[in-house]
Design a protein around this ligand. Structure first.
Ligand code: SAH
Length: 214
């Protein structure tokens, strides 16, 4: 076995042992090369189950967390998905393998520009990336079947709840501080919202407004 194939096998093993068991999610994570979303000297850590630094002081999430969040969304191939927090674009790429259409938003222009380049290189044509404050959602494409937020807010932002279809699912980290957050799943019902708590996580904060240009 080549070193590359062995690293990939260990990557999938780590994902499974941390609870990523959905075959379609594992398949997407096997096919989409995380290294393509990481620049410079960290590429040799691409298959380690750890978050890594990207531009603008942000991070690409830990692969097992990407897998668990994707799994919690219970995606179908007909779904229109909104992601808040494009970052490297890796999570959006995984979503794009499992859904019909993905819209992703980041407040940093540079991150959106770089992610778009990777989507194009990989031929991921069903993702559209925007520079905006994602806490307002994306009214012109609403409502969404699924919403994923990859930065932590104190509470689920109202506009995102409003842009979720009935029967739709939103997964997001919420918490009062940078260190103690829980990943929750919100399901919109005919009459309101159901909440369940999935696990504790640690994400960068959801910040208001656009990022300063770097
Ligand atoms: N999903 C990413 C990791 C996200 S890190 C990946 O797969 O690599 C969190 C991202 O959320 C950062 O890029 C940060 O710029 C972005 N972010 C924080 N607050 C935001 C907001 N209000 N609107 C849009 N993006 C935001």
């Amino acid at each position: 076995m080549t070193a590359e194939a062995e690293r990939k096998m260990q990557f999938l093993y780590a994902l499974r042992s941390r609870g990523v068991t959905d075959a379609a999610v594992l398949n997407a994570m096997e096919r989409i090369d995380r290294a393509a979303f990481i620049r410079h000297y960290f590429t040799d850590r691409a298959y380690d189950d750890m978050p890594l630094p990207i531009a603008c002081g942000q991070t690409i999430s830990q692969p097992s967390v990407v897998g668990l969040m994707t799994q919690a969304l219970q995606l179908s191939s007909r779904d229109k998905v909104l992601e808040i927090g494009t970052g490297s674009g890796y999570q959006a790429a995984i979503l794009s393998a499992l859904a019909r259409r993905v819209y992703t938003i980041d407040r940093h222009r540079r991150l959106v520009r770089e992610a778009r380049e990777v989507f194009e290189t990989l031929g991921l044509a069903n993702i559209t990336a925007f520079v905006a404050d994602g806490s307002h959602g994306l009214a012109e494409q609403a409502p969404f079947d699924r919403i994923l937020v990859t930065a932590a807010a104190e509470d689920p932002p109202g506009p995102l709840l409003a842009q979720l279809k009935i029967g739709g699912i939103m997964v997001l980290p919420v918490g009062q501080s940078d260190t103690v957050q829980s990943l929750i799943r919100v399901t919109r019902t005919e009459t309101g919202f159901d909440y369940d708590e999935l696990r504790s996580v640690r994400f960068v904060p959801l910040v208001e407004g656009l990022g300063r240009e770097t």
